[in-house]
Design a protein around this ligand. Sequence first.
Ligand code: C2E
Ligand code: MG
Ligand code: MG
Ligand code: MG
Length: 287
Amino acid sequence: RAKAQGGAGHQMFTVEMREHAVRRIHLEQDLRRAAVQDELRVLYQPIMALATGQTVGFEALVRWQHPVHGLLYPADFIDLAEETGLILEVDRWVLREACKQLQRWEKLLPGAPSFNLSVNFSGRHFSAPDVYASLSGVLNETSFAPHALKLEITEGVLLQHSHTIGETLGRIRELGVQLSIDDFGTGYSSLGYLQSYPVDTLKIDRSFIDRMLQSEESGELVRTIITMAKNLKLRVVAEGIEEPAQLEQLRTLNCDYVQGYLISPPLEPAAVPDYLRRDFPLHLSQG
Ligand code: C2E
Ligand code: MG
Ligand code: MG
Ligand code: MG
């Protein structure tokens, strides 16, 4: 492709490629250091039960406070982390950190109910030999209740590793850990796997929620996913709620849980106790 653009284009392409490669190598070295040197952060986005309006849990979302480049979002470094395999370490770090954090909040706010923790887990874990060991290792080390943990994986994971994934997910499920399918509706789903694998929750992708009131197709898709989930006895989370009208429509459709900027953006850990105190005023003022 570069060649077709002629000599000058070819040259520029090469220089760009070189710069890109150099940047990448630096970022990779940086990322190796980041997990060790405390540059990663976790934000916590509340997930609300539609029926009660109360927080039932949080999704842990990683950030990287880079000493030179500033605050980096997953879009800036997750691909790199996956390509280099560093994602295994990043995800494990996030999991450990979030397990400890949730327990701190539960101690701080003894009147509040216990919360679920949703953690994103890259598909890379499922081609690594020790996903079960590393998961149970973190749970043991932090004494976090396995049934309060939800692992968010994407549809692709179920398809890519179809020969071994059933057994792996089964063992994880036996630990008590729940499984969520993230970005549901965007993958090449074969709906059959929802029955063959021990899935607990579907998270409807933000892109459908975005368009659900404007596009009849998206609206219908959201409705269909919720109905199907009910029939299969799965829970449904709608992600990316930004408008009150979306919330109302999801209420009409009997969606179980919602998550999005309308309810709350991802929060710094220091902001969570106040958020929870507002959410559970009675429990906490008595406690
Ligand atoms: P996701 O798991 O689907 O997470 C939801 C993303 O949507 C988050 O972006 C969140 O900040 C954003 N979001 C939430 N509510 C709204 C809303 O109302 N409107 C809009 N426009 N966006 C909203 P974030 O934090 O940038 O993360 C992006 C993706 O990076 C995540 O998508 C997840 O796939 C991945 N990711 C994040 N943290 C981790 C991690 O610790 N490990 C791994 N493997 N992946 C992670
Ligand atoms: Mg997620
Ligand atoms: Mg998602
Ligand atoms: Mg995603």
